[in-house]
Write a protein that binds this ligand. Structure first.
Ligand SMILES: [Zn+2]
Length: 247
């Protein structure tokens, strides 16, 4: 293949721009924020689940408390009615009086037991409330951590993407003037050779694989016409000769 020396030099410019685009893409992929966001998302999800569970428990104990208080109220009302009947003197039969007094005694014990239940439920409700408050605060903190990491990532993305857009424009301009066959070869070699399709011959070395040329190999390159597209014997990349190639 033949190509004007100027187009071969342009290939080095293109290579530099492509390498810059590769670096930017690599930077975009390997931002530390990716791992931070992953961890912050996992923390946030775990805490959100814990908050939901704690709120459910708080709801359950709140209902339990309402129920326990209603039970106490019922027993208290019934005891008051019985006491009223007793005090009214309407019950005169000794048997009925005994039954009534017996029931008043039972209700008093029942009320005491139920009041213990209320206290127990109240304690559990308070600790559930404390847990909801604590977990909600932690969830809010986790939300802030996540949002900050996302914001930092997006800022880095914006910066990288702006750089990449500028480099891509420069690349298009350079690529537009390089002959199609040379471009095709470069693109294929770049895919095969880890992103570098064209390398400069610099002071007897291929800058693609860094192998130093023997005098015989150097002479062989030297013997090629200026418009010949030379390939590195070692790595196969397009070898571009410049004024400081050492030939
Ligand atoms: Zn090489």
């Amino acid at each position: 293949m033949n190509a004007a020396p100027a187009d071969q030099i342009r290939l080095l410019d293109l290579q530099a721009l492509d390498s810059r685009l590769d670096q930017l893409a690599h930077r975009r992929r390997s931002l530390p924020e990716h791992a931070e966001i992953e961890k912050a998302t996992a923390d946030h999800t775990a805490l959100r689940d814990l908050v939901v569970a704690a709120e459910t428990q708080l709801g359950d104990t709140t209902r339990e408390q309402t129920k326990a208080e209603q039970d106490v109220e019922q027993v208290r009302a019934r005891a008051a009615r019985n006491q009223q009947r007793l005090d009214s003197g309407a019950v005169t039969s000794p048997k009925d009086l005994e039954n009534l007094q017996h029931e008043i005694g039972s209700l008093a014990r029942r009320q005491s037991d139920l009041e213990d239940v209320v206290l127990d439920v109240m304690e559990r409700m308070e600790s559930a409330q404390t847990r909801v408050t604590e977990l909600t605060a932690r969830l809010e903190h986790a939300t802030v951590v996540l949002e900050e990491a996302v914001a930092r990532r997006d800022a880095a993305f914006a910066e990288i993407d702006a750089d990449a857009a500028k480099v891509a424009r420069d690349r298009e301009a350079v690529a537009a003037v390089i002959p199609a066959d040379l471009m095709k070869l470069y693109t294929r070699l770049r895919e095969q050779q880890g992103g570098v399709g064209a390398a400069r011959l610099h002071q007897r070395r291929c800058e693609g694989c860094h192998v130093e040329f023997s005098t015989a190999d150097l002479n062989a390159v030297k013997a090629e016409p200026a418009d010949a597209v030379v390939r590195c014997e070692n790595c196969g990349r397009i070898l571009v000769r410049t004024s400081d190639s050492g030939i």
